[in-house]
Design a protein around this ligand. Structure first.
Ligand SMILES: Cc1ncc(COP(=O)(O)O)c(C=O)c1O
Length: 368
């Protein structure tokens, strides 16, 4: 018996996943978390209109979803002021990143990102044999100049920027992002991940020039729209690049119920405004709880607050573990010096009450 004959690439990959989900942790702990504040989901939930649309669509779940995502694509294009040919819908930004990397990265190809930036992208790059080159954050911000310089130096096929950023919640104004797009080297494609853009101040997203071949933008229904479990993301880019997704994507990958929910959510502007207001209030409360415990909240343009615990990564890891021991799920950045922080998602009052109650105890235990 030889067993399955894995490719050399797969044999060489570490047996790791980028995230251990809260459910996995709950099974291991044998009890649920009381506060689920670690995955940057929207604890305020989906729009009531989206819920109703998904309930209706559930009856039709015997049908495959529309393989072209036609209605959602047309609605998104209209909303964004681009053509439907500039929009691709897929299984969350995560799924679309996988397709993009598959199209562009062959074993040995160079890809540039920031050390400590969104890890799922790296997971895809390594899965296709790409070679990651990382530049450090500068002052808790991703560093556009360093990213471009590195992309030029290594002849990168892709360079990744998340704006606003996860895990630091920092952001650059549109002019800085546009300047980065304008300096993308020939032969490099810039990925602009705007998963949190709905929470950012006006003037954070550069205008969309959908036919610009130097950049592909990604957005999602997982954050402000509260549909993380429905898995709906979209890419905006030049028509030839969007068309190329059809060569590799899972054409029936989108759930019919998710398509209906996203479409209904897109038209519910009032819900989006409400979520933004609640997230803003929750960010203020998290900042207040952090300060009340002698910690420093960093400015946030996202639905989470990154909190500087004032020491090194070992200390922040202890705080995280002590919070988990007290049934509070939060996460933290993976590399120094970002890992002096923990990252707390915005949530309703009762969830933040649990945080307010347990953080002082967790800190005391971590210090002790
Ligand atoms: C920067 C960034 N990009 C993408 C995603 C994933 O988005 P999706 O749920 O659409 O796959 C996340 C989720 O946390 C994120 O933080």
């Amino acid at each position: 018996m030889t067993g399955p004959r894995y490719t050399d690439l797969v044999t060489g990959l570490p047996a790791s996943v980028p995230f251990v989900g809260p459910e996995t942790q709950e099974r291991a702990r044998g009890r649920p978390f009381r506060a689920r504040l670690g995955a940057n989901e929207s604890l305020f939930g989906p729009s009531p209109r989206a819920i109703a649309a998904m309930q209706d669509a559930a009856r039709e779940a015997w049908k495959y979803g529309d393989a072209q995502n036609h209605d959602l694509r047309v609605a998104l294009a209209e909303d964004l002021g681009v053509a439907p040919e500039n929009v691709m819908v897929g299984e969350g930004i995560d799924g679309l990143l996988g397709y993009l990397v598959r199209m562009l990265v062959a074993p040995g190809d160079a890809v540039v990102t920031s050390a400590g930036a969104y890890p799922t992208f790296n997971y895809h790059v390594e899965g296709y044999g790409g070679v990651l080159h990382k530049v450090p954050f500068a002052g808790d911000h991703e560093d556009p100049d360093a990213l471009i310089a590195k992309a030029r130096a290594v002849g990168a096929k892709l360079v990744y920027l998340s704006n606003p950023d996860n895990p630091m919640a920092s952001w650059h104004p549109a002019e800085r992002v546009q300047a980065m797009i304008d300096s993308v080297p020939d032969g490099t494609l810039m990925i602009l991940d705007e998963a949190y853009i709905e929470f950012a101040p006006a003037g954070t997203a550069p205008p969309i020039a959908a036919d610009d071949p130097r950049v592909i933008r990604f957005r999602t229904f997982s954050k402000a729209h509260g549909l993380a479990g429905a898995r709906v993301g979209y890419a905006i880019a030049a028509a030839p690049l969007i068309a190329a997704f059809d060569k590799v994507r899972n054409h029936f990958g989108m759930c019919r119920i998710s398509q209906a929910g996203a479409l209904a959510s897109l038209s519910d502007r009032a819900w989006l405004a409400e979520v933004r207001a609640r997230v803003s209030a929750a960010r203020d409360r998290i900042a207040e709880i952090a300060r009340g415990n002698g910690l420093t909240p960093l400015p946030s343009a996202t639905n989470f607050v990154t909190v500087d615990c004032g020491a090194d990564g070992d200390f922040a890891r202890r705080v995280l573990a002590e919070l988990a021991a007290r049934d509070v799920f939060v996460r933290m950045p993976g590399v120094a010096p970002l890992d002096r922080c923990i990252r707390i998602s915005a949530g309703p009052g009762d969830q933040l009450d649990v945080l307010a109650e347990e953080l002082p105890r967790a800190l005391e235990a971590a210090r002790g």
